[in-house]
Design a protein around this ligand. Structure first.
Ligand code: SF4
Ligand code: SF4
Length: 372
């Protein structure tokens, strides 16, 4: 039986702090000892204000830090942002303001160095942030968001941030466009880091075309926590009325034996209606020899809205396939090279990119009634 805690919450620090303390204590209080190195891993995808609901809220991060300090531990807040400087994320994301009154030394830094870890077949050795591997305890602080590639980004997926910088899109590419293979990679990374606590910030969540600026903030007012990321993700699917089998990471977690036994739901669980999911395109179908053709002609492709694009360069810098070329006033895509990882859409700071279904793709989907 794995416990998952649900607690109604708002970003009112005095109350939120008590809730976070209580939740972490119930989940893994005995894991925190004086002098322990504690990694706190929020979602720091890109510079975004808290009201955009793209990042883990700074007050939640602060509460986790204060908990660790009270236990005599040494907190480190770290992530590997998809784009933007770490400094800018801290400023724009409200972390500098939130931590100011703490008046104590709290270390914030982007992951830089890595160690090779064997995460198991079929991936083998991969580079994971050293601070995540060497921490005595990891607190995983995820955001409840939609994700156009993986449906939702919750507890399990949050630890993909422990893959450093440009290695991230490389892994997208190496996992191909197979959503289930990518989900398996995410679960095996989660398993390797093995956080003691996963808290998911579902107070101001993101729905629609997340996880970036195309998503829409949605107030849910719920903090969710568990010792198991997959269990927390499963219970969140239940809360949102989503069939857990549709979340690829849960499917992979089940296959890997991480979701055995029942969940014990504790606290203010409630079903949320009309949570808007993103539009997902089919990533692979049909025999292997035809997949290149299908990828080019049938699968949703990234498209730019020229009037919104500011030629900032984030998309072509991150593209693992070198499929984006900047011209004088517009970017161009080489759809032969593009592997449909959608990293460009995820990092675009202006919401100028979106995945658009091709006409033949739409026709085929309708004819074959592929699950959309
Ligand atoms: S599409 Fe977005 S990320 Fe790419 S250059 Fe334009 S504004 Fe920047
Ligand atoms: S163009 Fe965008 S979707 Fe295509 S490979 Fe590059 S980053 Fe991925």
């Amino acid at each position: 039986m794995t416990e998952v805690y649900f607690k109604r919450a708002e970003y009112d620090y005095a109350v939120l702090k008590l809730i976070v303390f209580e939740m972490i204590e119930a989940i893994a209080g005995d894991r925190f000892h004086p002098n322990a190195r504690v990694l706190i891993k929020p979602n720091l995808l890109s510079p975004a204000k808290p009201e955009k609901a793209i990042l883990t809220h700074p007050l939640l991060v602060r509460a986790a830090v204060e908990y660790v300090l009270e236990k005599g531990g040494r907190p480190l807040v770290a992530d590997s942002p998809g784009m933007g400087s770490f400094e800018r994320i801290l400023k724009e994301g409200g972390f500098k303001d939130a931590f100011d009154p703490l008046n104590r030394h709290v270390e914030f830094k982007p992951f830089k160095t890595t160690v090779k870890m064997d995460i198991g077949e079929p991936f083998g050795l991969i580079d994971i942030a050293r601070s995540a591997v060497e921490a005595d305890v990891v607190i995983n602080l995820a955001k409840l968001k939609t994700h156009t590639q993986m449906l939702l980004t919750l507890g399990v997926k949050n630890l993909f941030g422990c893959i450093v910088g440009f290695k991230k899109p490389e892994w997208h590419m190496r996992s191909g466009v197979d959503r289930n293979m990518f989900a398996r990679l995410l679960v095996q990374i989660y398993q390797t880091i093995h956080p003691a606590v996963t808290l998911v910030d579902g107070i101001l969540a993101l729905e629609g075309q997340g996880p970036g600026r195309r998503g829409k903030p949605r107030h849910i007012g719920m903090l969710i926590g568990s010792c198991s990321g997959p269990a927390a993700d499963m219970a969140i699917c239940q809360m949102l009325g989503i069939d857990p089998n549709k979340l690829p990471t849960l499917h992979a977690a089940k296959e890997l034996g991480l979701l055995e036994g029942d969940l014990e739901i504790i606290g203010d669980f409630t079903v949320i209606s009309n949570y808007k999911l993103p539009e997902l395109g089919p990533l692979t179908f049909g025999p292997k020899f035809s997949q290149k053709y299908m990828r080019k002609h049938l699968i949703q492709r990234p498209v730019v809205e020229p009037e919104i694009c500011r030629m900032c360069g984030e998309c072509w810098k991150i593209c693992p396939a070198g499929a984006i070329t900047p011209y004088e006033e517009i970017i161009g895509f080489d759809y032969d090279r593009c592997i449909r990882c959608y990293c460009c859409i995820e990092v675009c700071p202006h919401g100028a990119l979106q995945a658009v279904e091709t006409l033949p793709g739409r026709l085929i989907r309708k004819l074959t009634k592929l699950d959309h």
